[in-house]
Write a protein that binds this ligand. Structure first.
Ligand SMILES: Nc1nc2c(ncn2[C@@H]2O[C@H](COP(=O)(O)OP(=O)(O)O)[C@@H](O)[C@H]2O)c(=O)[nH]1
Ligand SMILES: [Mg+2]
Length: 441
């Protein structure tokens, strides 16, 4: 996410950091580079202009705080202004009397149907009982797509083939009222381009179902086009929020950084993948932090809490303490980490991680490495997993063959595991081996 702009901004801050006191000229030079980085990321030029002016006003002649160097203060100002640009933290409103209606609108392919199921899953996790509505009755494939997703998540999907979209929506709301379901999530039809017919239909659905939220779903990879779409929908239909999808793709940051400022509509969710879990509530401070390459530990922890099995985690902790942790547990832990999401995304969330990897010449943590470890452990017998010390030459060969790896790969994994085990024993006994002490500082 935002690799190029992050890298450029970090370069600017690094150069500033090498200077002691900052002159007005230093600040101006840095801001010129910030401006270029933003423009290259496809941020709206007016937004860039006011952003840079605001930062400059605060950065020139700043009071020198004792705790921060001048360069750190500039970073702080850029960060704060960026948070301001991105808007406020997301909050979904609920209707005073149920059901709450959430209407999703947007162009075809922007991710409405996917987002509808993501939002439904998100709200069910919070204890609600959502009803999904396929309000695109002209396209049977669109209905089927939502039905498949609903089935997968065990969330009901309301459909009525042949009826007009406003009628489908009204009847779905009526049904939700009588069955006590809320919220009702309307997956409306999209078109390839904005047209009058579409806007009129959406306006009618809105008028007749009085949704508490009208969320526009836009593809973040389309940059300034997404911003134009937001302006048009807001003008014609009236929006309460935005969902930026495909943030996991190579979005440069232009849409995220301009859309709220230009359209005046707040961002509420980010879509970060195709899976139903790949949805994040929007927090401007966290996103700014990621854009500035400072990581996002809070989101990482939240994700971990969501996907980790708490009981299992405690059991593992106990095993670590008593040093009875075996390869079976190792595999289990690794599978839990993999549930957090693609490694490439996790790396972005850990402060300094992507830079550290770049400096060490490692392009990425390969998903393949993890799959290979998994394959090796799965090729062992349960007894071998519990007592890896019995794995000698012939067992090693068999495991390598079974997992499609080499004996050297198996060896490497066994060594890694032995080290981890030693470390746990040491920690359990209150002693840290000298060669691993650095890991605990
Ligand atoms: N990578 C990625 N793909 C997404 C995301 N949201 C939607 N998609 C994909 O975009 C395509 C269009 O999505 P869909 O929900 O059918 O769009 P709709 O026409 O607006 O309903 C599908 O292939 C989705 O899997 C996202 O956040 N990340
Ligand atoms: Mg759709």
């Amino acid at each position: 996410m935002f690799e190029s702009i992050s890298e450029k901004l970090q370069g600017v801050f690094d150069r500033l950091g090498k200077k002691g006191k900052l002159t007005e000229k230093d600040v101006d030079e840095a801001l010129r580079e910030v401006r270029l980085a933003l423009l290259e990321a496809d941020v709206n030029f007016k937004v860039v202009r006011t952003f840079v002016a605001r930062v400059r006003e605060r950065a020139v002649g700043i009071e020198v705080l004792e705790s921060l160097t001048p360069a750190q203060q500039v970073v702080k100002i850029v960060n704060e202004e960026m948070v301001g640009l991105l808007g406020e933290s997301a909050r979904l409103s609920t209707a005073p009397s149920p059901p709450t209606v959430i209407m999703l609108v947007g162009l075809q392919g922007s991710g409405k149907t996917t987002t509808a199921s993501k939002v439904a899953l998100h709200l069910r996790k919070l204890g609600q009982m959502p009803l999904l509505v396929a309000a695109d009755p002209y396209r049977p494939a669109a209905i089927t797509q939502l039905q498949v997703l609903g089935k997968q998540l065990d969330i009901p999907v309301y459909t009525k083939e042949g009826a007009s979209p406003p009628d489908v929506c009204i009847e779905a709301v009526r049904e939700a009222r009588s069955t006590g379901r809320t919220p009702v999530i309307l997956d409306t039809a999209g078109r390839l381009h904005i047209d009058d017919e579409l806007m009129a239909e959406l306006a009618q659905i809105k008028r007749r179902t009085t949704p508490t939220e009208v969320l526009l779903v836009v593809d973040a990879m389309t940059g300034q086009d997404a911003v134009k779409v937001a302006e048009a929908f807001h003008q014609r239909v009236g929006l309460t929020g935005l969902v930026l999808t495909k943030m996991d793709g190579d979005a440069r940051g232009g849409a995220a950084l301009s859309i709220r400022e230009v359209s005046g509509v707040p961002i509420k969710f980010l879509g970060t993948g195709e899976r139903p879990e790949a949805l994040e509530l929007f927090h401007p401070d966290r996103l700014a932090s990621r854009i500035l390459g400072m990581g996002d530990v809070l989101s990482l922890i939240e994700r971990a809490q969501e996907v980790f099995d708490q009981d299992r985690a405690q059991e593992l902790q106990k095993k670590m303490r008593t040093a009875t942790f075996d390869l079976e547990d190792f595999l289990d832990q690794m599978q839990q980490v993999r549930k957090l999401g693609p490694m490439s995304q996790l790396v972005d969330m850990i402060p300094g991680m992507s830079r550290a990897m770049k400096h060490s010449g490692q392009a990425s943590i390969e998903e393949g490495d993890l799959k290979q470890i998994e394959a090796i452990i799965l090729s062992m017998t349960p007894h071998e997993r519990q007592h890896p010390e019995i794995i000698g030459g012939s067992r090693r060969k068999r495991i390598a063959k079974g997992s499609g790896t080499s004996a050297a790969d198996v060896n490497q994994l066994l060594n890694q595991f032995k080290q981890a085990q030693q470390m746990m024993k040491a920690v359990a006994g209150g002693k840290v081996p000298r060669n691993m002490a650095h890991l605990f500082r």
